[in-house]
Design a protein around this ligand. Structure first.
Ligand code: U2F
Length: 542
């Protein structure tokens, strides 16, 4: 059944040896956000929407390991939370804990390695003894891929049993060539400390729906003010700059000066007492604010100004939900692990066309303007246009459903109920009826091919369609269709070569990929439709 007892959740976290490191997380869970989880459940029950027949939902034992919060990791995430350090991950961890707890699962939370060893051994013994009954009711959530090496050591003999139970929270995502050890060994630039795990790519859960190959976990966008309250706040001729650390401001003087001709510039940047003079003189700095204060400031502002970093954080969604227009710096050429230090060593070559690709592609005008910030004329034009749209009430606060409490509960519940990486052939999800086969253009990825027909690539069906019959069905007139080449381990298979019309099956299950593409090849793609505002799910997925 659903669990609305906040005290129980907090005491569960409090039992952890390194509980001091959970202060920011506890604060987010405790303050106004908690009642919103309960409201989301009530609203689902009232509307009799999906899943709420409790008999249908299974209660699981979930071990949650937040390795980065351990004392030994030395990352000091909690300590830097009020000094401009990364908060995005803390946001997501708080929300995952809240959502799983609300859903009524039994949680064990730890971030200390020694504690983990005991817990995992205990769980693995159960798994080995009662594998058939237990594996579907145990669910591991492990943070950050490097922790996996530690875990594999702990699991030892039980590793193969436990492997399919892992869920990895992986902010920026993992792509097939980095995930496969054999393939990544072939190319020097594919070997990374975070890759080579050889899991099903959907066992990696990302912050945004970066790629259909991984599962989109997401988080909840915080909204402090109810609509009546926020309507009564008067929007001033002001902009808030997105950058809570001083180093993010380097080289931004000219860009911000142009904007400051039209609006007053505000900031929430952490500075030591001797650093305040490093900010441009026209900036009103509030220092790092608490969630509610930040949201009030957003509701009073018209623009939220990106400066290129941090990449893909929660703040632009909060600003857009508060009614600001987000000025999103465009990247040309796009930033990726091939050309940007921040992404070096991350197991993905995904290209960011702007600071915040989700807002660029899924939200866009009038809430978001993606602009080349080195082109000051263009910046000024866009700022004027955005201000005019706000002043004429043409910009409405917007929050995609997938970032609401209900959206996250719906998604996570579907994953918990349906994703099965232990016997994936038996429990194929989404069901076959949700999927359509499509042949891409030459050199096009399945992600793009499906998207061009208003669908998303569905990687869970690659294995099922990787058969000669698929080609016979798709290319009944082609002579080579009946005899596709097998055993070819290339990222773009299953596919057809444009010149020769030769058909290829994928020879390595670990290389199935929605995002891969090669000039001269037409990809064979499983695509599915999706719910409005919830790309991870489809009508038949619930
Ligand atoms: C992203 O992490 P960040 O922490 O840099 O992401 P932000 O978008 O700046 O903000 C995270 C939260 O911090 C809050 C704000 C957001 O919910 O409301 N906050 C605040 O409480 N007080 C303030 O004064 C300012 C912000 C991303 F999420 C990570 O995954 C990446 O690793 C990182 C680097 O790209 O960027």
């Amino acid at each position: 059944s659903w669990n609305k007892n906040l005290t129980q959740l907090l005491s569960l976290i409090n039992q952890s040896e390194s509980k001091d490191n959970y202060a920011w997380i506890m604060d987010r869970i405790e303050r106004s956000l908690w009642h919103l989880w309960s409201d989301a459940v009530v609203s689902f029950q009232r509307d009799k929407e999906f899943l709420l027949d409790n008999k249908m939902r299974s209660k699981r034992k979930i071990l949650i390991y937040l390795g980065f919060l351990s004392k030994k990791s030395g990352f000091r995430i909690q300590q830097s939370a009020t000094a401009g350090g990364p908060l995005g991950e803390l946001v997501q961890w708080s929300d995952i804990l809240s959502a799983l707890f609300t859903m009524g699962h039994e949680l064990i939370v730890t971030s200390e390695y020694e504690e983990l060893v005991g817990l995992v051994l205990c769980v693995c013994v159960c798994v080995c003894v009662c594998v058939i009954f237990i594996f579907r009711s145990v669910f591991f959530l492990c943070f950050f891929t490097s922790s996996l090496y530690l875990l594999s050591f702990v699991f030892s003999a039980s590793w193969f049993v436990c492997f399919c139970l892992l869920r990895i929270i992986d902010t920026f995502g993992t792509e097939a060539p980095y995930n496969s050890l054999t393939y990544s060994k072939k190319f020097k630039n594919l070997k990374t400390a975070w890759g080579g795990q050889e899991l099903d790519l959907r066992q990696f859960y990302t912050m945004f729906p970066h790629s259909p190959d991984n599962s989109f976990m997401g988080f909840v966008v915080e909204q402090h003010l109810n609509t009546t309250e926020s309507r009564s706040i008067e929007r001033k001729q002001q902009a808030l700059v997105y950058g809570k650390s001083l180093y993010m401001w380097s080289g931004m003087q000219d860009y911000l000066s142009v904007i400051s001709k039209h609006v007053e510039i505000h900031a929430t940047v952490f500075t030591n007492s001797n650093e305040a003079h490093l900010l441009p003189s026209f900036v009103h700095n509030h220092g790092i604010l608490s969630g509610p204060d930040l949201h009030r400031l957003l509701s009073e502002s018209k623009l939220f100004i990106g400066m290129g970093f941090p990449y893909e954080g929660p703040a632009p969604l909060e600003a857009i939900a508060a009614g600001c227009v987000f000025i999103n710096p465009k990247f040309n050429p796009p930033h990726s692990s091939l050309n940007t230090k921040f992404f070096k060593g991350k197991p993905t070559a995904r290209e960011l066309t702007s600071q915040h690709p989700y807002t660029e592609h899924f939200i866009s005008n009038p809430n978001v303007f993606t602009v080349d910030i080195s082109n000051l004329k263009e910046v000024e034009r866009v700022v004027k246009q955005a201000l005019q749209l706000i002043d004429t009430n043409k910009v409405k606060p917007y929050l995609p459903f997938e970032f609401t409490h209900k959206g996250m509960l719906q998604r996570l519940n579907a994953y918990m109920e349906h994703q099965d990486f232990c016997t994936p052939h038996k429990n194929i999800w989404p069901p076959v009826r949700a999927v359509r086969l499509l042949v891409s253009e030459s050199g096009q990825s399945c992600k793009d091919a499906c998207w061009s027909r208003n669908m998303t690539c569905e990687p869970s069906h690659f294995r099922r369609i990787n058969k000669p019959q698929t080609f016979e069905h798709l290319f009944s007139s082609s002579s080579s269709a009946a005899r596709p080449y097998t055993g070819e381990a290339e990222l773009h298979h299953p596919s057809v070569s444009e010149k020769l019309g030769t058909c290829y099956l994928q020879g390595d299950n670990l290389l199935f990929s929605c995002v891969s593409r090669t000039e001269g090849y037409l990809r064979v793609c499983p695509c599915r439709n999706f719910l409005r505002g919830q790309i991870a799910l489809c009508p038949d997925c619930l």
